[in-house]
Design a protein around this ligand. Structure first.
Ligand SMILES: Cc1ncc(C[n+]2csc(CCOP(=O)(O)OP(=O)(O)O)c2C)c(N)n1
Ligand SMILES: [Mg+2]
Length: 280
């Protein structure tokens, strides 16, 4: 993998997501930031997609089951050229093609509509099953939140995924330890997420969800296991956005241009540091 390119992509996706939410004046900053590094690796290094042919049949699919983090996915799609970056400024505005939550009928590059938590894995398993039946060489990646995993429908889907041996499906858990109104541990403990997936017969691996190399290696191992797989991304809610890296409530934030500008400057500075460290 090209680490430098992934680091730059992650920084750009973070900045674009902040810019999109800045235009609305608010947004799901915490969960959007925690998933940016995974989106960078997926779209830059892993997924077979073509922005010039977004409907090609054998493309890889992405289901952002935590659909409230649409701005992060829109940022990744704009970064890849699915639509102009300037369109990000229409986030959530009347008549926009970029609603706050993902809508496959509105946005080019979105494969599945999401926002009602708990359903993306079931939908993704149907997509993976259909593609397997068609004999397509295509992977389906489903990103779920750790709070979202409290919903029982997920585990029904995991059972189905194991039963049908859907080795063309990779679940990515954004384990940012927080949900809407607090720490997941306090709201409803997840216990050992990896052990739970393994108990259903999946290959499971934990990786540092803010380290592009670890993410890449984790997804590669998941794919080469030949089994349905889960990659648990150990992340921090709000990661990389200075005003969201706080211990209190950072799920949904109202912020102004000054805060956004400061955050973008900080992202540039951190990117410079990581690129320099990487050269040493
Ligand atoms: C079925 C359903 N119930 C409630 C909500 C409201 N809601 C939006 S985000 C959220 C918290 C999600 O937490 P988590 O899955 O951990 O996501 P993240 O931390 O990545 O934002 C909730 C309860 C929803 N979107 N769908
Ligand atoms: Mg969470």
């Amino acid at each position: 993998m090209n680490k430098k390119r992934c680091l730059s992509a992650a920084a750009e996706i973070r900045k674009l997501a902040i810019t999109a939410m800045e235009s609305a004046g608010f947004g799901h900053v915490g969960g959007s930031m925690s998933v940016c590094d995974a989106l960078a690796v997926l779209y830059e290094e892993i997924m077979n997609i073509d922005p010039l042919n977004p409907e090609k049949e054998d493309r890889d699919r992405l289901v952002l089951s935590k659909g409230h983090c649409g701005p992060a996915l829109y940022a990744a799609l704009a970064y890849k050229g699915f639509f102009p970056k300037s369109e990000l400024l229409t986030l959530n505005a009347n008549g926009t093609r970029l609603p706050s939550h993902c809508d496959r009928l509105k946005t080019v590059g979105i494969d599945i509509s999401t926002g009602s938590l708990g359903q993306g894995l079931s939908l993704g398993s149907g997509v993976a099953m259909g593609n397997k039946m068609k004999g397509l060489n295509s992977y389906t990646y489903v990103i779920v939140g750790d709070g979202e995993l409290q919903e029982g429908q997920n585990w029904e889907a995991v059972q189905f995924i194991a039963h049908r041996c859907l080795s063309n499906l990779v679940i990515l858990v954004d384990n940012n330890k927080r949900q809407l109104d607090g720490y997941t541990e306090q709201v409803c403990r997840q216990f050992d997420i990896k052990a739970k997936f393994e108990a259903f017969g999946l290959f499971a691996i934990e990786v540092n969800g803010h380290d592009v190399e670890s993410i890449f290696n984790g997804i590669s191992k998941a794919k080469s296991s030949g089994m349905p797989a889960a990659v648990i991304l150990e992340t921090e809610k709000g990661h990389g956005c200075s005003f969201a890296e706080i211990p209190g409530f950072n799920h949904y934030m109202v912020f102004d241009r000054g805060m956004a500008e400061q955050a973008r400057r900080e992202i540039d500075r951190r990117l410079e540091v990581s690129l320099r460290d990487d050269l040493q």
